[in-house]
Design a protein around this ligand. Structure first.
Ligand code: ADE
Ligand code: ZN
Length: 417
């Protein structure tokens, strides 16, 4: 049953310790069952490990280039729903992407190519089959698929390829600067060292200014449905790489996992000179936004749309101009709002909040940065000067140095719609 492992010991092999792959071991949960069989009884989609050793060359041969998205007219909607966006051919407005999970940019094409290269069999017959699963009831139903699919990411090259594919798409969407989340625990839990993740992402990000014309920052997120101890251990594992990291964040299942649980790791991060952000007020109540501000001391709130339920909180956010990284298509796909036309973005702007528009997990939610701008323009009737204000906010709310910020703001001001 056990086969000789083709990899260097320790190189993202499951199980890592012995480096002897077990045929049919469920990578996600460490359970043995037949290749191709799904872990449905566990309520998750499972990825079955087959014998490693499948050549990277095979993956390179099947992956093909990442397909350019704009210029063809319609946005790339992976959900099978109506395409989102317009046929406008005008250049997209320059913008910063401030809420982007790199694992949420994993497109089906690349997922299948990585699975092939890593000797894995996905529990989907085809890319279309996988896309058909992109129909979510809520945040948790999305997270189940998101964590399952990212198990195809194993090597430094995988993370570099993922980030490079994102940056290619981002530039076509007018993104000039991207502050990119990653979820180290989702990889270390599978035996992929945090250094592998960071080195792979950093390789693509280092090349981005020259290759794609995009500046970047990395934000290391902790999974709030894991323990505070796990977050602390992950932070210590990442310490040798902190020069690559600009900020820490908090994501995953919000309800039942309030920000205060992570007070200690946020204190450590701030002592280490890092900025702090946290998802709050996405599915969770306004109390989570208060805690993110007052207990974690965040510099930005990710999502924050439910803040609108609490007038005192709105007043606080407006007075302090705390940036809220709003993700309209995500809110639609995860049913935070029933229709985009119901989105609170206009009310947030009217209340004087520092709002930005972002894409969250664009591969899953049917749209990258410009697609989100286009969607809110169309659904909410935003005029050009409001779109320009949103683009300006994205740079104002970024962690850029002042000189670069000013350069980008001038590009926004000079943009012709
Ligand atoms: N991780 C990836 N996307 C997320 C989201 N929208 N909310 C919380 N955690 C996430
Ligand atoms: Zn998010």
């Amino acid at each position: 049953m056990a086969a000789k492992c083709a990899r260097t010991p320790g190189e993202s092999c499951v199980p890592r310790e012995s480096c002897t792959p077990q045929e049919g071991a469920c990578i996600l949960r460490g359970v043995n069952h037949a290749p191709g069989e799904s872990c449905a009884s566990r309520g998750v989609v499972c990825v079955i490990g087959t014998l490693p050793g499948a050549a990277r060359e095979r993956r390179a041969a099947t992956a093909g280039p990442v397909v350019a998205r704009r210029g063809g007219g319609t946005a790339h909607d992976l959900t099978g729903a109506e395409p989102i966006g317009s046929d406008a051919m005008a250049a997209p407005i320059p913008k910063a992407e401030l809420h982007l999970h790199i694992e949420g940019t994993l497109e089906p094409e690349l997922a299948f190519a990585l699975a092939e290269g890593n000797g894995l069999t996905l529990p989907f017959a085809s890319q279309d089959d996988l896309r058909a699963a992109y129909s979510f009831q809520d945040l948790q139903s999305f997270l189940d698929l998101y964590y399952a699919l990212m198990t195809v990411l194993r090597t430094e090259d995988d993370f570099a390829d993922l980030a490079d594919a994102y940056l290619t798409r981002a530039r076509e969407q007018g993104v000039r600067h991207a502050e990119i989340f990653f979820d180290p625990q989702a990889h270390t839990a599978r035996g992929v060292p945090v250094g592998t993740v960071i080195r792979g992402l950093a390789r693509a990000l280092d090349a981005a200014p020259e290759k794609h014309g995009i500046t970047t920052r990395l934000i290391m997120c902790f999974l709030r449905d894991h323990s505070a101890g796990s977050a602390l251990r992950t932070f210590e594992e990442a310490r040798p790489h902190l020069e690559r990291i600009t900020a820490i964040g908090l994501d995953s299942a919000e309800v039942g996992n309030p920000p205060a649980k992570f007070r200690e790791v946020f204190e450590l991060a701030r002592e280490a000179g890092l900025k702090c952000v946290a998802h709050a007020g996405e599915e969770g109540p306004p109390a989570n936004v208060w805690e993110a501000l007052d207990v974690l001391g965040v510099d930005r709130v990710d999502h924050g749309v439910r803040s609108m339920e609490d007038p005192k909180l709105v007043a606080r956010l407006a007075a302090d101009q705390v940036p809220l990284t709003v993700c309209p298509l995500s809110n639609l796909r995860l049913r935070v709002v029933d229709r985009l036309a119901d989105h609170p973005l206009p009310a947030m702007l009217d209340a004087g909040l520092m709002v930005t528009v972002n894409s969250d997990d664009p591969s899953y939610f049917g749209g990258y940065a410009e697609d989100n701008f286009t969607a809110v323009r169309e659904a909410l009737g935003l005029d050009e000067e409001t779109l320009r204000a949103l683009a300006r906010n994205s740079f104002q709310a970024s962690f850029l140095d002042e000189t670069t910020r000013e350069t980008y703001l001038k590009e926004v001001d000079a943009h012709v719609f």
